[in-house]
Design a protein around this ligand. Structure first.
Ligand code: SAM
Length: 199
């Protein structure tokens, strides 16, 4: 009897992509991980400039943005920094399962990175867990308003230090996270994705 082998295209839908992850990570997806269509748009923008091949996702979670971006834009390198080791482990499993070599996950706090190594930045409001506790990822990380303020001012400083032409994509973020030296190039009404460029 012939056996039928069905290949899943993991990039065809959020459900197909999320099936790469543990059940727990799948349950967190709609709140904590970037939807595929948003990741595609953000990655297209961040890779679309004349210079700079290194894209950084600050707080990369299970790696969804980096893997989707890396899959579509193989000439760029997508780096993800994530403070939770368990999420890095899930990200690497998904990276291997999708055979996406141009992705690099770093288990660290973003405040330990040398930001000069990265040209353009993706940011899905990663520090908000310090203020809002709805459906938390886990309870293993200290969260507080003081930590939120510390991280947000460092993020602001990092953006201010970047050269002209630096591209930033934010998802579900207030405009005041971004220094005035950045111009917003696009924001589709009803979408929470905002695209910025340093003047
Ligand atoms: C909203 S999730 C976004 C995940 C991923 N960027 C995506 O879009 O699918 C935010 C992630 O940021 C991580 N995070 C928060 N603060 C961080 C920090 N200081 N350094 C590194 N990662 C951090 C959290 O652990 C969480 O996984």
């Amino acid at each position: 009897m012939e056996q039928e082998i069905t290949m899943i295209d993991n990039f065809s839908s959020d459900a197909a992509f999320d099936s790469l992850y543990s059940l727990r990570a799948q349950q967190l997806s709609s709140i904590h991980w970037t939807p595929i269509e948003v990741a595609k748009k953000a990655a297209a923008y961040l890779t679309g400039g004349p210079a700079g091949k290194n894209i950084l996702d600050i707080g990369s979670g299970v790696g969804k943005f980096c893997i989707v971006g890396g899959h579509i834009f193989p000439d760029h390198i997508f780096h993800g920094v994530e403070q939770r080791k368990a999420l890095i482990d899930e990200a690497i499993i998904a990276q291997n399962a999708t055979n996406t070599p141009n992705v690099h996950f770093i288990h660290a706090n973003f405040n330990e990175l040398d930001m000069d190594k990265y040209d353009h930045i993706y940011f899905y409001n990663s520090f908000s867990e310090n203020l809002f506790h709805y459906k938390p990822i886990d309870n293993l990380i200290d969260c507080s308003e003081a930590i939120y303020n510390e991280y947000l001012s460092l993020f602001y400083e990092i953006l201010e230090d970047k050269p002209s032409g630096t591209r930033v994509a934010t998802f579900h973020c207030d405009d005041n996270y971004i220094p005035p030296s950045y111009k917003r190039v696009q924001h589709v009404t009803g979408e929470s994705l905002k695209l910025w460029i340093k003047q």
